[in-house]
Design a protein around this ligand. Structure first.
Ligand code: HEM
Length: 386
């Protein structure tokens, strides 16, 4: 029997050596605590995400009711492409390049204001405010209170590990309700404008239910904030561990492929799940109708059967068909913006006049589905601040 505890501190620190063993010895195995099949290989994971007929996100397809407050683009399966297009169009209405240049200016201004501090927490002082401002600008909504939103996002991230920590369900559902309250304020406040106004019109025309629209706005907001926040820390740590990449990424022709590779190498989304709506087989193992499968996206992204030199950071890797943004009908709705946003962050980091340095060991948050650092001490000029 495989012993896999994604929340074990050593696994959180470095899941990749464990994933290597899984791919070699147990690419498909039953996880008793999660009551799920776990898949570690690239081809199996991609197949589950692609094969929408057999693998559903939507438990309604098994006759299990999805409560109204949980119905959104992520929890229900698309019957047509239209809802996805309506939300994608809302994001495209924003000027993405100006959101990215505003983020670069914000990062530089924040760092300038921190220059006198011997050391500071990158996650609190840079990752969180930048992720919140970019996300709010992208949706064209007022910026929520930072401390309050960081808590909401953390509870929602813990909620994703409910199979491992059932106690996270209650606080996670409460956080979702708080998020929906925020969304209601945006919709019911002093007149909706920007992306939300166009979204409302399109949704009305296509008869997409109001609660689904509001819930999805919350989902998009949190998916954006949570992944950008986590990616900022993961990317910075990867760059510290590969100092040559700092230099190479000053070459703008490597920025697009380099950013994508940083997400393959240590992305924020470690896993996702689907439920089988009919009996099927994966890797010679029978999956019964109603059983859940967990696709370890981050393990798939290091599979040597798909990637040459999978444990190396190859900034000009091509092709790079990683699963860091998912695959198939539920693939990331904001992947284009995610890439633009992470590129803006990388550009700012590599161009800093005074380089950032590590000023202590980063501490990981105890979440398995979302891989993120919680506290990341850094200094601007190499002082450790002791
Ligand atoms: C580096 C940044 C990002 C990464 C690595 C990322 C990763 C992912 C992944 C892996 C999924 C698929 C989950 C699954 O198959 O179950 C996903 C879905 C999603 N993402 Fe992202 N994401 C990022 C940024 C964003 C941004 C900026 C937005 C919004 C503007 C966004 C909105 C969404 C939404 C709404 C979904 C659900 C789509 C659906 O289920 O149909 N993401 N993301």
């Amino acid at each position: 029997m495989v012993h896999y505890d994604p929340l074990d501190p050593d696994t959180l620190e470095n899941p990749y050596s464990f994933y290597r063993q899984l791919r070699k010895n147990s690419p498909v195995f039953w996880h008793e605590q999660m009551k799920s099949w776990v898949l570690a290989g690239y081809h199996d994971c991609r197949e589950v995400l692609r094969d929408h007929e057999v693998f559903a996100r939507d438990r309604g397809r098994l006759g299990i009711e999805v409560p109204e407050f949980q119905q959104n683009i992520q929890s229900l399966d698309p019957r047509t492409r239209r809802p996805c297009e309506v939300f994608t169009n809302a994001l495209r209405r924003q000027d993405l390049d100006s959101v990215a240049s505003a983020a670069r200016r914000q990062i530089l201004a924040l760092l300038e204001s921190l220059a006198d501090r011997p050391r500071f927490d990158f996650m609190l002082e840079i990752a969180a405010p930048v992720a919140l401002t970019m996300t709010s600008q992208l949706l064209g909504v007022p910026e929520p209170d930072l401390a309050e939103y960081v808590d909401i996002s953390d509870w929602l991230a813990q909620r994703m590990d409910a199979g491992l920590r059932p106690e996270a369900v209650e606080s996670g559902d409460l956080a979702r309700k708080k998020l929906i309250k925020l969304v209601d304020q945006w919709f019911d406040g002093a007149g909706v404008d920007g992306g939300l106004a166009g979204l409302q019109q399109d949704a009305k025309r296509d008869e997409i239910p109001e609660h689904y629209v509001r819930n999805t706005v919350g989902t998009v907001f949190n998916a954006s904030f949570g992944t950008l926040y986590a990616t900022a820390g993961n990317v910075l740590l990867t760059l510290f561990q590969h100092p040559e990449a700092f230099e190479l990424l000053k070459d703008s022709s490597l920025l697009a492929s380099g950013t994508d590779e940083l997400i393959r190498f240590d992305g924020p989304a470690q896993a996702t799940s689907r439920v089988a709506v009919s009996r099927t087989k994966i890797g010679g193992i029978t999956i019964e109708r109603g059983q859940t499968v967990v696709a370890l996206l981050a393990s798939a992204n290091r599979d040597p059967e798909q990637f040459d030199r999978p444990d190396e950071l190859v900034l000009d890797r091509k092709p790079n068909r990683h699963l860091g943004f998912g695959w198939g009908p539920h693939a990331c709705l904001g992947s284009m913006f995610g890439q633009i946003a992470v590129r803006a962050l990388v550009e700012s980091l590599v161009e800093l006049p005074a380089p950032l340095r590590m000023a202590g060991s980063p501490t990981r948050r105890r979440t398995a589905t979302v891989r993120t650092i919680g506290v990341f001490p850094v200094s601007l000029d190499g002082r450790t601040g002791r």
